[in-house]
Design a protein around this ligand. Structure first.
Ligand SMILES: N=c1c2ncn([C@@H]3O[C@H](COP(=O)(O)OP(=O)(O)OP(=O)(O)O)[C@@H](O)[C@H]3O)c2ncn1[C@@H]1O[C@H](COP(=O)(O)O)[C@@H](O)[C@H]1O
Length: 111
């Protein structure tokens, strides 16, 4: 199973549900969310993030996995709404690979 492939495929499916791509809100959850608008998408992200925190506090691995999947999924809808692809996030993570978070933080411009 290649995670990059799954994210790329899901990203394409999400893009295909956009209003300009002919997404049908009566037949698709993603199209329905696009139809409701960006604020509704962002509200779902806030809700799902809270669910992730609660699942982690519960210490239930299966529930945490389920809730993180929901959070990633809704975050991907927000990315699509703003014209971004899963590859944009994967490229950013790849750019950071091997770069210590502490070193990166220390190198940030002070302001
Ligand atoms: N990965 C997902 C996925 N994860 C979660 N969900 C849906 O996200 C919704 C929100 O979850 P919640 O638990 O918050 O449900 P809810 O509180 O009842 O939802 P609302 O009150 O906010 O409407 C549920 O309806 C889930 O079924 C998903 N719906 C779709 N996908 C993928 O997106 C593809 C396209 O889906 P459609 O656009 O529906 O065809 C699918 O083939 C899947 O690959």
């Amino acid at each position: 199973m290649n995670g990059n492939d799954i994210l790329a495929r899901l990203g394409e499916t999400i893009d295909s549900r956009k209003p300009e791509a002919g997404g049908d809100p009566s037949a698709s959850y993603v199209a329905k969310l696009f139809h409701k608008g960006l604020d509704s998408i962002l509200k779902k992200i806030g809700e799902e993030a809270t669910e992730v925190v609660l699942a982690a506090k519960d210490g239930d691995p299966a529930k945490l996995t389920y809730e993180v999947a929901d959070l990633w999924f809704h975050s991907m809808i927000a990315l699509s709404a703003l014209g971004l692809k899963p590859a944009d996030v994967l490229n950013e993570l790849a750019r950071r690979e091997g770069l210590s978070g502490l070193e990166e933080f220390a190198a940030r411009p002070k302001g």
